[in-house]
Design a protein around this ligand. Structure first.
Ligand code: SDX
Length: 435
């Protein structure tokens, strides 16, 4: 942490005999930021950072990650403690409001979410426009964006009450939309939310219940899903959260911004990795095949990558992966599925990869997506819905970051620059003179 307020870095262009003073902006913990907002006028240069790996695009008070130490804090609380002691509704309140709720505050907040879970019947009819084999992420992103056509009454993004109602609505309704996408894929009738069930149990009921017989949610599955939601709720300025911030910075309505986040999360390099890990494990098939696939993962000419491994920030174990790996054993045993061959394969793959020089030298460790799919499968969630589960949880983080940005009086539209490497200025050539 920079403990020298007012510190500046001097950047000198000796060839032109000019320099710029770059003020240092200190954070609470972690690296300080160099304020380069005046760099181009003073030195006529931009910084160059493809993928923004070394760029702090904003200040934020929500989540802190130390990638080298494998630390993840939600509003200062270690993810390990929240995973052990908290719940998804309590973590949702914490991420949105910034403090842990009292019992009364949690009961009131949970009530707001509980009584907003139904979606407009007309919105339900949108699903009939999709082919039965449409990917559920395509349905979820489309239906979330369509919500802006239904809630005109609360779309003033500068009205704190409108922002609060939006937050309650989208967090409450995203499980209903997720489950509706699944039911549409099955050709089964939608199951309505129930106010007597908590958040994760309600989603499981909407996913698996059918109208023709009673359905009892397995409390072990509900607890496991609640914990997975805690672990996936937020993660600083990841690609989908940055997408929500960039889309929201234009003043677009919040449903459009969240829909953009859903689309960004879908990619296999991001939230889509949990689905890709299961496909990869099935492709590898047996422990004997691991060396062959590890060789492919290291071969630059092959497009094969070890899905669920590596991370832009974590150069140590992803703390969430550690927690999920531990809980996988317990959940599968409790569900009577601890003979899952995919878990054994994943464990052996991790063990072998972590001894391999290629992965060691590049600090490639299992990330949050490596084990989560094994648990989703054990709960009965189909692979095409894995990333939808991620989106349900991450909606909380997206909303928290959107609210933090929109309520910042200094917020500006996001507009990165570029390093132009195209053709210099040239004149138009008439087609008759082109060769
Ligand atoms: C999530 O940002 C977040 O916080 C995301 C997330 C969240 O909660 O929001 O944590 C969720 O998206 C987790 C990541 C899920 N994705 C995967 O598991 C897909 C597999 N992983 C990779 O595609 C990759 O590791 C990324 C995309 C996650 C990170 O890519 P980077 O930071 O751009 O890393 P890189 O490509 O620069 O890799 C550095 C080196 C390269 O080799 P060299 O050029 O040095 O020889 O490591 C290699 C890469 O080829 N490498 C891998 C690898 N990941 C990196 N090689 C094989 N298999 C891999 N998985």
């Amino acid at each position: 942490m920079n403990d020298k307020p007012g510190q500046t870095f001097e950047l000198t262009d000796s060839s032109a005999g000019r320099s710029a003073s770059l003020p240092v902006r200190a954070g609470t913990i972690g690296p300080a930021g160099l304020d380069i907002s005046h760099l181009q006028p003073e030195l006529d240069v931009f910084t160059y950072d493809p993928g923004f790996g070394m760029t702090a695009a904003t200040e934020s008070r929500i989540t802190y990650i130390d990638g080298d130490a494998g630390v993840l804090l939600y509003r200062g609380y270690p993810i390990e403690q929240l995973a052990e002691k908290s719940s998804f509704m309590e973590v949702t309140y914490l991420l949105l409001i910034g403090e842990l709720p009292t019992a009364k505050q949690l009961a009131e907040f949970s009530g707001h979410i509980r009584y907003h879970t139904m979606i407009n019947e007309t919105l339900l009819r949108f699903f009939n426009g999709f082919h039965h084999n449409a990917h559920p992420m395509a349905m979820v992103s489309a239906v979330v964006a369509s919500m802006s056509a239904f809630y005109h009454d609360t779309m003033d993004i500068h009205n704190p009450r409108h922002r609060e109602i939006f937050a309650h609505r989208i967090i409450a309704k995203i499980p209903t939309i997720a489950a509706a996408a699944h039911k549409h894929s099955l050709g089964q009738p939608f199951i309505y939310p129930r106010n007597d069930l908590d958040y994760a149990a309600n989603l499981l009921n909407m996913l698996f219940a059918v109208p023709c017989e009673p359905y009892k949610v397995d409390p072990i599955a509900a607890k496991a899903l609640d914990l997975l939601f805690v672990l996936h709720a937020d993660h600083e300025q990841n690609a989908s959260t940055s997408t929500v911030r960039l889309a929201g910075s234009t003043g677009a309505n919040p449903y459009a911004a969240i829909s953009a986040g859903v689309s960004a999360l879908w990619g296999p390099a991001h939230g889509g990795a949990n689905e890709a890990v299961l496909s990869m494990l099935e492709q590898i098939g047996t422990v004997d095949n691991i060396p062959k696939y590890l060789a492919m993962a290291k071969d630059k000419t092959s497009h094969f990558r070890l899905m669920g491994f590596g991370h832009r920030v974590y150069k140590n174990f992803d703390p969430r992966a550690k927690i999920i790996r531990e809980m996988t054993h317990k959940v599968l045993a409790a569900l009577g599925r601890d003979d899952n061959p995919l878990l054994e394969l994943a464990l052996r793959l991790e063990e072998i990869a972590l001894k391999d020089e290629y992965f060691i030298s590049r600090k490639l460790y299992p990330n949050v997506d490596f084990y989560s799919g094994v648990i989703y499968s054990a709960i009965g969630i189909p692979r095409s819905m894995f990333t939808v589960m991620f989106a349900v949880a991450r909606t909380v983080g997206w909303v928290a970051h959107w609210q933090e940005m929109i309520s910042d009086p200094h917020m500006r539209i996001g507009r990165p620059r570029q390093l132009y490497t195209g053709a210099p200025r040239r004149d138009y050539i008439p087609v008759s003179k082109r060769t």
